[in-house]
Design a protein around this ligand. Structure first.
Ligand code: HMG
Ligand code: MG
Length: 297
């Protein structure tokens, strides 16, 4: 498996959206600059969502404006509806991500509507994005389990993935929102979804709540998936997914990939420095095993 993998760094968005300690716009921009300096190319930097739903993402317009002129990088932002799209566009967004769920319970808790209603909301957003030349990524949450509905079968994920693909999402990111998946299930899921959306258009977005994320990623890679979402320091979680912890840590992903002969272009020392600084700001040590090991040296 010595080919290339694309990492989508979601630390500044997923990583910070659930933190009790608010991180200022200036510090979020500095975090993103540090991630760029460490060699990360694609970074999700914020969310144009309701400030009541996610106060941590207030100021995403300033964050995006603060980094958008970096040449050669790609910046993503979450957009749940047309209001969010307009704000994202006004701040210069060139890539947006809409986010659906495979389960009704999480859809209702997270975005206050059913799965079918959420797709209807995305249609005008995606149509406007197409007309504006903005690329659209699609997330599906709860692909391996839901905090409200329990087990989620692959067919529910396949249906939403096909719909997002048909609507024009260039990539569909499969979210194990509460990190309950295990490698065999992850493999079966990737195989099932790839029957409807080409593997080249799928990404893995695995939270590490039960410590399975790296193993699940490896299983997904064996199926042929080559896009991995991760967050520096293993930051992350969703306030509407009770019990969920952080994303798989970017350091741990990079360490695994480099060990497999997959070049990532990431400078580990600089990445750990970025993680240490954001960890200091939020007052918590990094969840990343690699960062902990390197800090102990
Ligand atoms: P709603 O209450 O049904 O929406 O929320 P509404 O249209 O009735 O609007 C209610 C209020 O929100 C209004 O303000 C709107 O103007 C405002 P008010 O009149 O009460 O003052 N509003 C907005 N403000 C700013 N930007 C907007 C926007 N839209 C409405 N775009 C809504 C529906 C979707 C807006 C809300 O539920 C929401 O913002 N939810 C976002 C939740 C969220 O961000 N969750 C975390 C991200 S998803 C995630 O983490 C999973 C992922 O990582 C993958 C995985 O791990 O599985 C992606
Ligand atoms: Mg997530």
């Amino acid at each position: 498996m010595s080919d290339s993998v694309r990492i989508v760094e979601v630390g500044p968005r997923d990583g910070l959206q659930n933190e009790k300690t608010p991180v200022s716009v200036e510090d979020r921009i500095a975090f993103i600059e540090a991630l760029i300096g460490a060699g990360l190319h694609t970074i999700e930097v914020g969310a144009f969502v309701s400030p009541k739903a996610i106060p941590q993402m207030v100021g995403s317009d300033q964050v995006l404006r603060g980094v958008i002129d970096h040449v050669g990088n790609e910046f993503h932002v979450l957009v749940p509806n047309e209001k969010g799209y307009e704000a994202a566009r006004a701040s210069g967004a060139r890539v947006i991500a809409v986010f659906a769920s495979a389960s009704e319970g999480f859809s209702r808790a997270n975005i206050n509507c059913s799965v079918a209603e959420s797709i209807e909301r995305f249609k005008p957003v995606i149509a406007r994005a197409k007309a504006d030349g903005v690329r659209v990524r699609g997330y599906i949450s709860c692909v391996l389990g839901c905090p409200f509905d329990g087990e989620v079968g692959p067919q529910a994920v396949v249906d939403v993935a096909r719909t997002l693909g048909d609507l024009g999402c260039y990539e569909v990111s499969l979210g194990d929102t509460i990190g309950v998946g295990t490698p065999l299930k992850a493999r079966q899921l990737l195989r099932a979804v790839a029957g409807s959306v080409p593997m080249a258009k799928l990404a893995m977005h695995f939270h590490d709540t039960y410590g399975q994320a790296l193993a699940n990623l490896y299983a997904g890679m064996e199926e042929g998936c080559r896009v991995i979402d991760s967050a520096a320091g293993g930051l992350g979680g969703c306030p509407y997914a009770p019990g969920a912890t952080g994303n798989v840590a970017t350091e741990d992903v990079v360490y695994m990939l480099e060990g497999m002969g997959v070049a990532t272009g990431v400078d580990m020392a600089k990445l750990v420095a970025a993680t240490n600084e954001i960890s200091r700001l939020i007052g918590r040590p990094p969840a990343s095993r690699v960062a902990s090991a390197m800090n102990a040296k």
